[in-house]
Design a protein around this ligand. Structure first.
Ligand SMILES: Nc1ncnc2c1ncn2[C@@H]1O[C@H](COP(=O)(O)OP(=O)(O)OP(=O)(O)O)[C@@H](O)[C@H]1O
Ligand SMILES: Nc1ncnc2c1ncn2[C@@H]1O[C@H](COP(=O)(O)OP(=O)(O)OP(=O)(O)O)[C@@H](O)[C@H]1O
Ligand SMILES: [Mg+2]
Ligand SMILES: [Mg+2]
Lengths: 266, 266
């Protein structure tokens, strides 16, 4: 069974998508088989991996609403070992469309269970998927709840800014709520500090605060603010492919190995 | 009747809240009477203006769900001429709670009409409100739709990054949809470029792109990335109060005067 990890944080613009894309790529680079599920109607993870709107004939909307099997929606990304189920804009209507549908909070979980029972392989790959990463929208709505109820763990990308810190308590409460009502195995796998700028005092203070409160839950690897990371999506490539040597790429590769070490300890 | 302006952009972290707080403060500084409505469950605009959780006894949740009049939820901010209706976490449940309520897309509009018919004054102020600014969450859900159906115009804060640019088309479509179905007077008042970093090529390219597509809709005033702006919320103050002379504050003061000029021309 693959490990299912959700990138979640209702605060906007903290690096959820950038982490999903680059962590996914880094895990594939070290030999893992990764499936990325884009559950954000904005579809930034799909765009950042070069999937055009025209290619998104089937998407996570079909998985969530019309019960299409996951393997029927999977696309290759051009990166060996990394596949994606792309998002489309109509995902924004899922909360209303599933309003009175039974097991509406378990749609993603039920679909992933079917996928896992069947292999879980993507396309012509023989090796089964070892990691599923789910990118979430910036809210705690039905899409994020579905991702959390399907997951083994939550990875929290956290920008070192005051507003982002404020949202952390609410996020922890939501994870607790999902754990007690929908998914008893859900845990916070870790918190990753993103867009860290050494010259900015506030970043250092927020990082200290977070480590004081959450201790070892906070990854040692810190992702620096690095313009190459924000340029990469306009070429439809992960930073690791766009500029392998830049500080951002090196940080994501380090993050992948730290994550694999953590997973082994669990 | 006050002018009602919505800060909207479903892309997260682009500066909606920072613009609502600092533009509101700048307009109050030049003599306008401003009411800020925090319609984001995260409640960052309320925190950024120093409103503690304990003070949020009544909030926009009460306005939207329990039909409490706006004037009963208004709080002073300590900044002369600027009042706020704070947000609370239970706002996140509004979409479900109003699922089958009649006129659910017009709740904010109906409430603001009542407020305007009664004066519209806040607390002991004699001068009526001339601007209502509404801060929205990073999504195009019922809260944002309510804000747009209540508004005269949408102000779009736009970070000069690739993913933020990608979301612009979808936002324009939503404004068009609201204009044709809920609020025929709604228009895009302008696009404000935020967190602009001169040293970063991508910023320059995105800014050029946006001006080429949207022409005069894009404000001449550009808000620079400025660490003092991101420090201010941790003191519960707008940047303009925290550090009057910093580049960010000066830009927001310029934005306020450019906005007043635009409003006069309409
Ligand atoms: N390490 C980094 N250095 C520089 N820019 C970054 C970095 N990480 C992310 N960015 C940029 O910051 C912006 C926000 O990141 P991203 O879109 O990944 O956040 P998000 O949490 O997924 O946003 P949303 O809440 O809208 O889904 C993007 O434009 C991205 O390119
Ligand atoms: N001009 C600026 N210079 C530096 N930092 C800024 C600037 N404007 C905003 N920020 C910081 O960037 C982060 C995102 O800004 P803000 O929270 O206002 O965006 P938002 O669009 O309201 O986010 P959300 O989508 O979560 O509501 C905040 O931490 C804020 O302090
Ligand atoms: Mg994202
Ligand atoms: Mg905000």
């Amino acid at each position: 069974r693959p490990r299912v990890i959700v990138m979640a944080n209702q605060k906007g613009g903290v690096g959820k998508t950038t982490t999903a894309i680059n962590l996914g790529t880094a895990l594939a680079a070290v030999g893992e088989q990764v499936l990325l599920i884009d559950l954000d109607p904005q579809g930034n993870a799909s765009t950042g991996l070069g999937i055009s709107q025209a290619q998104r004939v089937r998407s996570t909307y079909d998985v969530m609403v019309s019960d299409t099997p996951v393997e029927a929606c999977v696309l290759a990304t051009g990166i060996p070992g990394l596949h994606i189920v792309p998002a489309s804009f109509d995902l924004a209507g899922v909360e209303m469309e599933l309003y009175d549908v039974r097991r509406r909070s378990y749609r993603m979980r039920d679909q992933l269970s079917r996928f896992c029972a069947g292999g879980p392989v993507c396309g012509n790959d023989v090796k089964p998927i070892s990691y599923v990463l789910i990118d979430c929208p910036p809210s705690l709505n039905l899409l994020t709840i579905n991702a959390m109820s399907a997951a083994d763990a939550v990875l929290v990308p956290l920008q070192c800014e005051f507003f982002a810190l404020e949202g952390l308590t609410q996020l922890m409460k939501t994870v607790e709520l999902v754990r007690s009502s929908l998914n008893p195995r859900l845990e916070i796998q870790g918190v990753v500090l993103t867009m860290f700028d050494r010259r900015n005092n506030l970043c250092g203070q927020v990082a200290e605060d977070v480590r004081a409160h959450l201790g070892d839950k906070v990854y040692k690897t810190v992702i620096p603010r690095n313009v190459r990371v924000s340029e990469a999506p306009s070429y439809g490539k992960p930073a690791i492919v766009y500029d392998y040597k830049c500080a951002g790429s090196r940080a994501y590769l380090k993050l992948a190995s730290e994550m694999i070490r953590r997973e082994k300890q669990l």
